[in-house]
Design a protein around this ligand. Structure first.
Ligand SMILES: *Cc1c(COP(=O)(O)O)cnc(C)c1O
Length: 387
């Protein structure tokens, strides 16, 4: 057994990030300023977006897009149950009704063949989640969106660097919202970015994210700016700080290297687990893509074991191997069970995955030895708990 606990995720922070944050602190400019502008420009260029709005989190972007598109009471939004809470809670908080589409059993992405049957005259948007960093099949999603006049709001929290048919996530005709939480593929501590080809929408999000103020504070205080401002609409306080962007501008150039290392480790896991019947390994979608390997999420086939998934995770922990849970399906959480119950058996693939999924350690700093320790521990737990 390994001597030191291996977490399921850890950010790679180097001297460049540390020195850049120190530079911000010493400069006297801590909040939104030139480094946020630079990160916005560089991120926009990397993903190939026309407009990008830096934010305090992806959740902030998910909240603001509902307001900007005036999605609210009486409206329906189609999304996946296999996601983080904010994807669905921001729909609920807007006053709209989330309609959950079941997932594909292999990729765990939203099953695009099941979307059409959910569309009603009240439907306003489709919110696909690029699960674990593997792109959803966007062509049929956009075809449905055009046919029915719906918005597409991509939850791209896992998909920094993901590509679909040769194009980066963030460059589509819809809205894409990225997260830079420390577990994600690049981090700014907390932070998010909303990308869109729609200039007016980007402007609206920019206003909503900062008090509805018609010019940003850092321009007001700049030598060339004027101190006056006007409140055009009531807005929030969802801006990114320079000390956050200080991390991002050094993380972004290393992203492709991070993804290469993540892909290597995922490939190693796939090979080592290929003959383990007790695990259902993540499947690759058949279309051309680059998987960003944000997560490595096998399903533990508990029907072949004497323990459940939670016990499996506990036994891994006893062997000093951390694991994550992405995700317990949203309709299994208390509020949704009580307030928005889904008829039993209508989301069978999500139900199956929700009870069996776990995230094994996957981050760029992991050594080959760390990955081998994970494989040994997983095989050990299986060997001790076979039916
Ligand atoms: C992390 C995550 C979010 C929320 O991102 P924050 O930046 O933490 O607000 C939303 N959706 C998914 C799928 C995520 O993994």
């Amino acid at each position: 057994m390994r001597a030191q606990f291996l977490p399921f995720s850890a950010p790679t922070i180097e001297d460049a990030e540390i020195n850049e944050v120190v530079d911000s602190l010493k400069s006297g400019w801590i909040t939104t300023g030139p480094k946020v502008k630079r990160f916005e420009e560089e991120f926009k260029a990397y993903v190939g977006a026309d407009f990008a709005v830096p934010l305090s989190s992806a959740t902030a972007g998910q909240h603001l897009i509902m307001l900007a598109l005036k999605i609210g009471s009486g409206d329906e939004v189609i999304t996946t149950p296999m996601t983080f809470a904010s994807t669905v809670s921001t729909i609920v908080l807007a006053g709209a009704t989330p309609l959950l589409v079941d997932i594909e059993p292999g990729t765990l992405n939203m099953d695009v063949t099941r979307i059409r049957e959910k569309i009603t005259p009240r439907t306003r948007a489709i919110v696909p989640v690029h699960f674990a960093g593997q792109p959803c099949d966007l062509d049929p999603i956009f075809a449905l969106a055009r046919e029915f006049g719906l918005a597409v709001i991509e939850d791209a929290a896992h998909a920094v660097g993901t590509e679909y048919k040769g194009k980066r996530i963030g460059s589509s005709a819809g809205v894409s919202i990225f997260s830079f939480h420390p577990n994600k593929n690049i981090t700014t501590g907390e932070g998010g970015m909303l990308c869109t080809p729609d200039e007016e929408l980007a402007e609206q999000i920019s206003l909503l994210k900062f008090h509805g103020m018609n010019r940003e504070a850092w321009k007001r205080f700049a030598a060339s700016g004027t101190p006056g401002y006007d409140i055009i609409l009531p807005g929030f306080k969802y801006n990114m700080m320079d000390i956050q962007a200080a991390l991002g501008i050094h993380q972004l150039p290393r992203l492709d290297g991070f993804i290469r290392r993540r892909t290597e480790i995922a490939g190693f896991y796939n090979r080592e687990f290929s003959d383990v019947a007790e695990l259902a390994l993540p499947a690759m979608a058949p279309y051309e893509q680059r998987h960003a390997w944000h997560l490595y999420t096998p399903l533990v086939r508990t029907e072949l074991l004497t323990i459940d998934r939670d016990q499996f995770m506990a036994e891994l922990k006893e062997l000093n191997i951390g694991s994550g849970l992405h995700y317990k399906a949203i309709h299994h959480h208390a509020w949704y069970r009580e307030q928005l119950p889904v008829p039993a058996g209508t989301l069978p693939n999500a139900d199956y995955a929700s009870e069996r999924i776990l995230s094994l350690p996957l981050f760029p700093k992991m050594t080959d030895e760390d990955a081998a320790d994970v494989v040994a521990a997983v095989k050990d737990v299986i060997a001790h708990n076979r039916k």
